[in-house]
Design a protein around this ligand. Structure first.
Ligand code: ATP
Length: 364
């Protein structure tokens, strides 16, 4: 197991494109870190710099406290699983898993013991004699993971390993990856654009946008304490509702109703008079009707979506829109007027220009 440090890491590609800016992160032994962000945000580039597949333009990368910028992939002791699992089609599952050890000249008895142990961890014991074409997508991806974990390396890197699987297989494999991590304890860095994968797998999530780290934190932290509009909108499904509204006398007006923001931002709201502010709340934070210690907002139901365990309600609130998450037993009729409550402690305010959060961190 290894611990890693990324200190002011930058990547500037030969064509001059600056793909990663000042990336700073210490990763502890055995930690499961997920890099998440939209396409092109620099997560694969960062992973490839850690793997030694891409030069680090500047900054310092340390493995177990030693500078590793100049080390090749072998010396770094990393194993990587890619999106395309690229198994050898003419080799059995057993030989695919054993391949790396065979190349390294490990003796046959040890290979046999390690293949069997790895197959046990991955639930592949009954498939060792099969060829990859006789496996499901999920089973193939498990073989690819087996090929990586059998090497007992200190760092385990995964780049979108589930993206070739269908939705059901992804959920199953996600749970399996979490379990493999518990069993192997390997320091793991996992790249995905899927916030659910990030939330369910990570000890800590690194959220990236346009080559910049936006926030690093536990799933709890990034959900409850987003630092800016981007993180607040990226984590959570459906995303947080945002409304940009002008502040007058410490209040905003929404669909004709006054919302006194001094309740949630007593000290700073004065400096926003005459300026716009971003008012945010999560769809799942609301309750229907007029509750205490909450803002009451009225709008018109535009559309509802019954999802089984809950339902989404799309609202028109004057010229603004919002999504509410309700239980399947309280789905309102389309077109009706509906009042809902947003508890004061569930309101997030952001500076409209910098997009930084203004409301204090609250533990819920
Ligand atoms: P995705 O989820 O689509 O894989 P990503 O977050 O992993 O996205 P990267 O692959 O790290 O993104 O790419 C980051 C940026 O760097 C992108 O804008 C990409 O076009 C650019 N980029 C990647 N490789 C090169 C290269 N060899 N030369 C120039 N620019 C590159």
């Amino acid at each position: 197991m290894a611990y890693l440090s990324l200190r002011a890491i930058n990547k500037i590609y030969p064509n001059g494109f600056h793909a990663v800016h000042n990336f700073n992160l210490n990763i502890e032994k055995g930690e499961f870190i997920v890099f998440v962000g939209p396409s092109g945000c620099g997560k694969s580039t960062t992973l490839r710099m850690i793997a030694g597949l891409e030069d680090i333009s500047n900054g310092e990368f340390l493995i177990n406290g030693q500078r590793a910028n100049e080390w090749g992939p072998q010396q770094r002791q990393v194993a990587m699983v890619f999106q395309s699992y690229a198994l050898y089609p003419q080799m059995t599952v057993y030989d695919n898993i054993a391949f790396g050890l065979t190349l390294m000249g490990v003796d046959e008895e040890e290979i046999d013991a390690r293949v069997k142990k790895t197959a046990g961890i991955l639930g592949l014991t009954d498939y060792l004699d099969r060829l990859p074409r006789a496996l499901s997508g999920g089973q193939r991806q498990r073989v690819a993971i087996g090929r990586a974990i059998i090497r007992k390396v200190g760092i385990f890197l995964m780049d979108e390993p589930l993206s070739n699987l269908d939705a059901k297989q992804r959920v199953t494999m996600r749970a399996e990856i979490a379990q493999i991590h518990r069993q192997t304890g390997a320091t793991t860095i996992y790249v995905t654009h899927d916030q659910t994968e990030a939330m369910t797998l990570a000890d800590r999530i690194v959220i990236m946008k346009d080559g910049y780290v936006q926030q690093i934190g536990t799933p709890y932290d990034v959900y409850f304490h987003p630092r800016n509009v981007f993180v607040a909108g990226f984590i959570g499904e459906p995303p947080m509702n945002f409304m940009t509204l002008p502040v007058e006398n410490g209040a905003v007006t929404l669909n004709g109703a006054k919302i006194d923001l001094s309740r949630v931002l007593p000290d700073k709201i004065g400096s926003y008079n005459g300026k716009p502010i971003v008012f945010g709340f999560r769809p799942e934070a609301v309750s229907l009707g007029e509750k205490e210690n909450a803002y009451h907002i009225t709008g018109q139901v535009e559309l509802t979506e019954m999802l089984g365990d809950n339902a989404n309600v799309y609202m028109n609130i004057g010229d603004k829109r919002a999504i509410l998450k309700v239980t399947p037993h309280e789905i309102p009729a389309t077109d009706q007027q509906l009042t809902f409550s947003v508890p004061y402690e569930s309101v997030y305010l952001f500076d409209a220009e910098s997009e930084k959060v203004l409301t204090e961190y609250k533990d819920k």
